[in-house]
Design a protein around this ligand. Structure first.
Ligand SMILES: O=C(O)c1ccccc1NCC(=O)[C@H](O)[C@H](O)COP(=O)(O)O
Length: 204
């Protein structure tokens, strides 16, 4: 039997949104520490993370930030996972690994060569559009795209309307969404969070 779909809701900034994601059955929630309209500081993320039960993974999201800054922000906020959107190399992952965080490597896919999960020492691979958090899909439905095996998440332009098709078509291990559950850029809509999770689960 295959494992249940892993669902991550990213870019949360308020207690209401965190509670909506947790109550609707999210497996992970993301706090963006990168330059973004969804940016939160470590103190805010730390307070929000305290609302999250143990079984839900709290993820700090970074892009092209020095490894010392990643370590400091992750430690200060208490997240249990680090998601890296830059072109960090294996040494970067090796530096973070001893902290015990679940390491997520986010990279874009052009529908051609598929990156392999674990290639750089990451725990999970996230295949995203080239501009993360922009709500734009990529051509994951292209015949040339061979989904990776293992713990990999599909991201990029997912919505409550298209996530079911994505899950049925390429059977990712997990899905990740940000823009598709927002009322406007950077502002989440709890009703859309619930709708996304319901649609994804009903496609499993
Ligand atoms: O959300 C951002 O603004 C962001 C900025 C810089 C690096 C990563 C960012 N988000 C990462 C995510 O995990 C998003 O959920 C993922 O890229 C999917 O985004 P979307 O297409 O908006 O659903």
């Amino acid at each position: 039997m295959s494992s249940p779909l892993f669902i991550k809701i990213c870019g949360l900034r308020t207690a209401e949104d965190v509670d909506a994601a947790v109550e609707a059955g999210a497996d992970a929630i993301g706090f963006v520490f990168a330059d973004s309209p969804r940016h939160v500081d470590a103190a805010t993320a730390g307070k929000l993370a305290q609302r999250v039960p143990e079984h839900v993974l709290t993820v700090g999201v970074f892009r092209r930030q020095p490894v010392a800054q990643v370590r400091d922000l992750a430690l200060a906020s208490g997240v249990r996972s680090v998601q890296l959107h830059g072109d960090e190399g294996r040494d970067y992952y090796d530096t973070l690994r001893p902290q015990g965080w679940t390491l997520i490597r986010a990279t874009s896919s052009d529908g051609g060569r598929t990156p392999r999960c674990g290639e750089l020492g990451e725990d999970y691979l996230l295949l995203d559009a080239p501009d993360p958090g922009a709500g734009l899909p990529w051509n994951w439905a292209d015949d040339r795209f061979t989904p990776p095996t293992g713990h990999w998440l599909l991201a990029g332009g997912l919505t409550p309307q298209n996530v079911g098709r994505a899950v049925r078509t390429i059977a990712p291990w997990g899905v990740d969404v940000s823009s598709g559950v927002e009322a406007r850029r950077g502002v989440k809509d709890p009703a859309l969070i619930r709708e996304f999770i319901e649609s994804a689960r009903s496609a499993e």
